[in-house]
Design a protein around this ligand. Sequence first.
Ligand code: GLN
Length: 448
Amino acid sequence: MSSIDEFSKKHKKEGYYEELVRQLKEANKKYHFMNQVNEGLTEGYPISFKDNICVKGVETTCSSEILKGYVPPFNATVVEKALANGFGFLGKTNMDEFGFGTFGTNAKEPARNPVNPDYVSGGSSSGAAVATALMKYHAGVAVSTGGSISSPASFCGVVGFTPTYGLVSRYGLIDFGNSLDKIGVISRSAADARRVFDTIRGVDRYDATCVDSEVRSEKKKKLIVINELTENMDEKIRSAFEKLLRKMENRGYKVERTDLGLVKNAVSIYYIISMAEASTNLARYTGFKYGKISEDFTQQYNKFFTDSRNAFGTEVKRRIILGTFVRGASVKNRYYGKALKARSLLIRRIKELLSTGYLISPTMPIRTPRIKEVQELTPLQTYAMDSLTVTPNLCGFPHVSFPFEYIEGMPVGAQVVTDHFNDNAALSFVEDWESDFKYRFEHNLGSL
Ligand code: GLN
């Protein structure tokens, strides 16, 4: 049974929601996972939205200084749907600024790992994963462009579901990369993820990329491991993953290993395309209509513009510069054009594999690092950490990250990928896993 059904059946003492909000605000002082807590929550299953999803009348900042004070006059479609179907708005969750990051550290205050606050929570949907790990009854609506649901789900020991591109409306989502962005769910079980997904998906006349497709549940008994993806990996994760494969073999799955050279380029393909798209999306924050507006209208144009755009953080500026470069007229065929071709090829190759089975790998190549450690990584070292998560995102395939092992007390996630619109099969696979593996939750705020 999903915890959503369980919650609706359980008796709630008077003042339950007030107490929950109080506990949340207290926990937030330590874990920094919420950008806003809804003090007016009085009913429904608690649901949070990543801070790049517009909620009417609630400040929405993408964790960026440049959007400080921006209060949307409308709800994103996913918010409308959730609130109309028994969910109660809990608040906005912390994230890497504009979704740019893997560890949650590109934020004013990084969200902290629920097992040990010296460690990262993962990112960019950092707060959504931390909230899920801390609360007994909660689902986080999060967003992935290149792995931002899987990464924090893996580091925080929760389930992260990224649906097929186009199944959930992006209306009211502040874009990072329009051809890549997918709204999904972070929860404590696959059953909860399925419930929220069924609530928020569906065509939307406000989003032309949203499709009216049936969601399939076509089960397969083959697990495909792409050799290149497990090459540079933490040894303990690798051996735990081999154990997972043996367990699945005992349950009747056939494991097949294959080479797919092109995936070695997936990180480069992803960063070229996503930065190109991000740089165009960020062009609107000039201080004229959107972004931090200077009150001094007498100054020079360049000064006005620069002052406003200085409100962006370092990683955002880096992506604007690189993204603008790769689509520049004189080089665009060398970078952006080539990346688009490689992406099409990648989609074709992987789609062939997914017609016979599911892809499986660990979610992240490293064990949870300390916040201090990732702050010392170079940008390229950080981007390389996305080696396992960018591929399904570039291709728009549904995928679920789920906890499969605990190494020295820290959860480790694996990721299963299925064919387009076969989202339910990925969720069923994880439900099957959960029938024999108990996730560990050290915190249970709001339990009944
Ligand atoms: N880590 C990736 C990046 O920084 C993915 C982020 C995301 O999915 N929003 O671009």
